[in-house]
Design a protein around this ligand. Sequence first.
Ligand code: TXA
Ligand code: MG
Length: 342
Amino acid sequence: MNTKVYRLSQIDEAAAAIRRGELVAFPTETVYGLGADATNEAAVKNVYLAKGRPSDNPLIVHVNSVKMVEQYAAEIPENARKLMAKFWPGSLTIILKVKKGAFSKTVTGGLSTVAFRFPDCQPTLDLIAKAGVPMVGPSANTSGKPSPTTAQHVYHDLNGKITGILDNGPTRVGVESTVLDMSTDTPVILRPGAVTKHDIESVIGSIDLNHHKVGKNETPKAPGMKYKHYAPSAQVYIVDEGTDWEQVAKWISEQPFDVGVMAEGRILKQLSLPMNAVQFSLGENVNDASARLFDGLRAFDDQHNVKAIVTQAFPAVDLGRAYMNRLNKSAGGVHFDPNQVK
Ligand code: TXA
Ligand code: MG
């Protein structure tokens, strides 16, 4: 199968493929998703196969209206409605109790809940409208690799495995949506994203943050492969705030291989880097850095001499929390340690 890249004028064609039970990757404001008709079990099974995704990891269902949620959710609590009114379309995924039998186990991973997302991306809302069905949409990467923020990233991972990719250029946000579990008494953020804890609390009051799997209590220096995710081939090192970048440059010069350097432009500009350093600018601030993180990590996968990537940390607040969550996972919790510089 040759994977086709659809232009925005070809949404009809992409929608027809979805209706036939085929797989089409679609853009969102966060990352590209791997779309299939959520009501077609065979199609959804193929999503797991194409990604190499463990089958107990449930999928997000993408909708283009609250009405569509009503068709499939057992109930929509008042607070969930408030959040939908405030943040949809947008980067907030809401987990609700699922209507019995509404989706196959393949979608829910056998749970009694399902995650709903209304992306802020008109071409994809049009695609859902034309397909006439909700679409599952895990990030359109090979499982374990950084999420795709361009159609080219998707093509790299899934060419030959899916029918097509709807190309809308690079995504704006760059890190996946906030996942909020509203099926429990106190809502919990399971994954931080661009819609922050503070944003949500300003609408519905106090909620919890799930620190599980964030790598908070992991021993940083053990190349912990524990929750390897978003992982390029090279080892990623988190460069904590306050680290002297000249020390980082010195460490790079001592390595027998090339080292990728991902940092803000102002840092790269001031730094005198050795010959074996390969720069990738994260832009001017945490917003830019979030949009570029996965692109940078992927770029180094194509450079086989790059065996390590040092990447700038940002304060873990607001969008920075989402950025640091992804960076932590891609590094397996490993930090740059100035003491190892000779
Ligand atoms: O921004 C995004 O959310 C992107 C775009 C394409 O929409 N999608 C995305 O999907 O990131 P995925 O499958 O890569 O991540 C979904 C996350 C997974 O960690 C999954 O375990 C969790 O949401 N999830 C989905 N349904 C769930 C449920 N019912 N209960 C708990 N966690 C759930
Ligand atoms: Mg993913």
